[in-house]
Design a binder for this molecule. Structure first.
Ligand code: OGA
Ligand code: MN
Length: 197
C-alpha cells in the first residue's frame, strides 16, 4: 500500500478508492474465510437497540462475522491495517487508536439503506474502510456502494464491489448506501477508532 499517497488523498478529499491495494493471494484467502459455512458464525447486524427484526432487515440485509486474530488469514489482514493505521497517524496526526472489522455477506435482494457510520453513542469511529471480495462481479449484479456528499444528495462516487477494491473515507463525513445486490456480495467493513468515546 502506498500510504503516503493514501494520506495525501484523504487530506485533500476525505476519501480514496484503491483498485487493488492488497495482494490477490491475501484477498482470495479472505474470500475463503467469508463463507457462511457454520450456522454459528454469521449473524444479522444490529441497527440500534430495540428495532424490530423486520424493520432491521429492510434497512440492512447483511449478515456479519467479526475478524478473529486467532485465525492466520484474518491476522494477515489486520497486520496490513495496522501498518496503514501507523502510517496515517504519522502523516495526518489522526490519533487512530485501534481498528475493528467484520466480514459481511449480502444475499441476493439485500442492501443497506443510506446511513452514517458514526452512530449515536459511538462517536469514536474516525475512518471507514471497505474491502470487496467478489470475483467476476458484473454490473448487472448491482450492490454498488453509493457515497454522498457530506451535505445534500449529491453523489460523490458509485463503487462496484469488485475483487480486491478498497474504499477508505472519513466516517462522519460521508453518508452512504449499499444498493440492492442481485448476487451474493462479500466484503470486509472496518473502522479505525479514536480511543475512549
Ligand atoms: C457498512 C457499510 C458498505 C459496503 O457496513 O457500514 O456501509 O459497501 N458497508 O459494504
Ligand atoms: Mn456504513
Amino acid at each position: 500500500m502506498d500510504i503516503a499517497a493514501i494520506a495525501a488523498q484523504l487530506e485533500h478529499t476525505g476519501y480514496i478508492i484503491l483498485d487493488k491495494p492488497l495482494l490477490d493471494k491475501l484477498v482470495a484467502q479472505l474470500l475463503t474465510r467469508c463463507q457462511h459455512d457454520e450456522p454459528s458464525r454469521f449473524h444479522a447486524a444490529h441497527v440500534g437497540r430495540g428495532t424490530d427484526k423486520k424493520l432491521i432487515h429492510s434497512l440492512r440485509g447483511d449478515v456479519i462475522d467479526w475478524l478473529d486474530a486467532a485465525n492466520s488469514t484474518d491476522r494477515a489482514y489486520l497486520l496490513c491495517m495496522e501498518e496503514l493505521r501507523l502510517g496515517l497517524n504519522a502523516a495526518l496526526y489522526l490519533g487512530l487508536f485501534d481498528y475493528e472489522c467484520h466480514y459481511a455477506i449480502y444475499g441476493a435482494g439485500a442492501g443497506y439503506a443510506r446511513h452514517s457510520d458514526v452512530l449515536v453513542g459511538k462517536r469514536n469511529r474516525i475512518l471507514t474502510t471497505v474491502l470487496y471480495l467478489n470475483e467476476d462481479w458484473q454490473a448487472r449484479d448491482g450492490g454498488e456502494l453509493v457515497v454522498f456528499e457530506p451535505t445534500g444528495d449529491g453523489i460523490i462516487a458509485t463503487v462496484n464491489p469488485t475483487f480486491g477494491k478498497m474504499i477508505i473515507f472519513l466516517s462522519d463525513g460521508f453518508p452512504h448506501e449499499v444498493l440492492i445486490s442481485h448476487n451474493t456480495r462479500r466484503s470486509i467493513a472496518g473502522w479505525f477508532r479514536a480511543s475512549g468515546s
